[in-house]
Design a protein around this ligand. Structure first.
Ligand SMILES: [Zn+2]
Length: 147
């Protein structure tokens, strides 16, 4: 008996998408990124929490539309699955931004001071994310085009 073939798999270097799955390519990639990215983001968030002083109680990877991340109640941090297509330095900025929101809910001067302490290069990263973030997206770009 043959093993059931995954419509999308990653061999460490290339993605393989079954020919009959092309029509739903974006849905397959979204599922793959959410599954593969959840553990990675959890570890990265735990590591970066040492810089911000506040850890997330839980992280969730989901579709957040045009937002890269969001901070919910009780220290729950949400990340957009599209984030996983960005360079790590930009992902780090989003993680730190949301972690700082746990203690500073608004973009107040105290918020930006805390960002500055955790990530001195934040200004460049913020600009790059804002101006070029959507360029890195192969999948899920439509909802970000309006930004
Ligand atoms: Zn914010």
């Amino acid at each position: 008996m043959r093993e059931p073939v995954e419509p999308l798999r990653f061999d460490g270097k290339y993605f393989w998408l079954a020919a009959d799955a092309r029509g739903e390519a974006e849905a397959h990639f979204r599922r793959w990124y959410i599954r593969a990215g959840r553990d990675w983001l959890r570890e990265r968030t735990t590591a970066l929490a040492r810089k911000t002083g506040a850890g997330a109680s839980r992280i969730e990877v989901r579709d957040l539309g045009f937002r890269w991340g969001s901070c919910g109640k009780h220290g729950v941090v949400f990340f957009n699955w599209r984030l996983l297509q960005l360079p790590v330095r930009l992902i780090d900025y989003v993680i730190i931004h949301e972690l700082v929101h746990i203690q500073e809910p608004h973009h107040s001067p105290a918020f930006w001071q805390a960002i500055d302490r955790a990530l001195p290069a934040w200004r460049t990263l913020k600009d790059t994310l804002h101006n070029d973030g959507a360029r890195f997206l192969v999948f899920g770009m439509d909802s970000l085009r309006s930004l």
